[in-house]
Design a protein around this ligand. Structure first.
Ligand code: ZN
Length: 443
């Protein structure tokens, strides 16, 4: 048994309790007790004690849309002459070329680097969306190996697409099927599978039908980019639909638990379709701004009761950064200084928890007895008092991912005092850089 104590505990439970001189007793994979440090020590005298010296103890962050495969893009020369000017050119000149170049070692080293970066920045659960057009079969197992070595909780999906031909789309369907059946059989509580789809505009009707049959059979939802760029909307219009959600609804892609990513170009009545199908939307503010695709109708979606989560789209591994940008983006676009406060809190701390809890059948994103011990310690000494009412504002204005010093998932310490546990981080990062240099030559 372990007690992490002498901290300021932010529970994010229904009362959003803030416990000064607080601690958490962990037994096995779960939280056993929460309360005053001295009382916990008296109650459990046999427990090992970790003194966090007044730092913040809070639930690990949840990232509901990530691309581990994007690691080697950082600083890469696209060698294309003209840089991309619009969204689809960014896909064609960068991401689709990158994913087709990935080999087995590229996939593994991209994944392990990005996962450890998530751990370093306090994410304990991630929802990944993977593509590697010339190594589809078995690609999710390569990522699983990195997930297993790191100890993070992950939902994986292979991005099915007809963009490289229908045979590749079928291979993508088979990879999701193989992986999901395997995870269902093995029952590993740290690993989940969803059926990944790239986006409506790169998917044929027959592919959507086949993917929907697989979802029926396996009883799992989809993880799909929806109306990210205006091109996705136009393509659905060309096919005779009033919008992307109409087409996806026609093929039963929008079903309970489906993660519709972005939704920038969804119209109000399409949000109703999401709501009626009990699908979630995931907002990725930095990515939307970076790709200049537009401003997602987050407030409208939340007002309709849609579970809107918050992700990073691989733009960063730092959910604290995503929270800050999401908050400013709402204010900037809606021309209102009060916009975003509640919405971003709702996305990052309530809805991401709901999405993760639904996927993993465990109460994630909250510190309470019997919940999985997914906990982070943040090296933050606030200049002003922290209360239940203002804890979120301390996160928004005072905390960044680089201040996380300890990350625990299911009672396992993945990073302690900023040192990754059980893996040689220096050796891995050196090896990742070598792999990246080799990859850049092949790109
Ligand atoms: Zn994405």
């Amino acid at each position: 048994m372990l007690i992490i104590g002498d901290g300021t505990v932010l529970t994010f439970d229904k009362d959003s309790r803030v416990i000064s001189n607080g601690g958490i007793a962990i037994e096995g994979e779960e939280i056993l007790d929460i309360g005053d440090t001295e009382e916990l020590q008296k109650k459990y005298p046999e427990a090992t004690f970790k003194d966090v010296q007044g730092k913040i103890i809070m639930p690990g962050m949840i990232n509901t849309h990530m691309h581990l495969y994007s690691t080697f893009a950082r600083g890469m020369d696209l060698k294309t002459g003209q840089p991309p000017k619009k969204f689809v050119e960014i896909l064609e000149k960068l991401w689709w070329r990158l994913d087709r170049t990935l080999n087995e070692e590229d996939i593994y080293y991209s994944a392990i680097y990005a996962i450890l970066d998530c751990v370093k920045k306090g994410a304990t659960t991630i929802f990944d969306h993977h593509a590697s057009g010339n190594l589809i079969d078995g690609s999710l197992d390569i990522i699983t190996e990195a997930v297993r070595q790191s100890g993070i909780r992950a939902s994986l999906a292979y991005e099915i697409s007809d963009r490289d031909g229908h045979e590749k789309a079928l291979e993508g369907i088979r990879e999701n099927e193989r992986f999901i059946k395997k995870t269902q059989r093995e029952g590993n509580s740290y690993l989940r599978g969803m059926i990944g789809l790239h986006a409506s505009f790169t998917l044929k009707n027959e592919t959507l039908s086949q993917a929907a049959s697989l979802a029926d059979e396996l009883e799992v939802p989809f993880h799909i980019h929806v109306a990210e760029g205006i091109e996705d909307f136009y393509e659905s219009k060309t096919r005779g639909y009033k919008g992307v959600a109409y087409r996806l609804d026609r093929f039963h892609i929008l079903r309970p638990g489906t993660l519709a990513i972005h939704g920038v170009h969804l119209q109000e009545e399409e949000l109703e379709i999401l709501k009626n199908n009990d699908s979630s939307l995931v907002h990725n503010p930095e990515s939307n701004m970076g790709n200049a695709v537009g401003f997602a109708p987050i407030k409208t979606a939340l007002d309709k009761g849609i579970v809107v989560g918050l992700g990073t789209d691989g733009y960063t591994s730092d959910m604290f950064e995503s929270i800050k940008v999401a908050n400013l983006l709402q204010k900037h676009e809606l021309h209102h200084p009060q916009a975003g406060w509640n919405e971003v809190f709702q996305m990052a701390f309530k809805n991401n928890r709901e999405i993760a809890t639904r996927s993993f059948d465990k109460t994630l994103g909250i510190l309470k007895a019997e919940a999985p011990a997914d906990i982070i310690v943040v090296d933050y000494y606030p200049p002003t008092p922290i209360t239940s009412e203002n804890a979120y504002f301390h996160i928004l204005f005072g905390i960044s991912g680089d201040m996380v010093d300890t990350t625990i998932v299911g009672g396992n310490i993945l990073m302690e005092d900023r040192e990754i546990s059980g893996l040689d981080y220096q050796r891995i990062t050196r090896r990742v850089k070598e792999q990246a240099e080799d990859f850049w030559k092949r790109f």
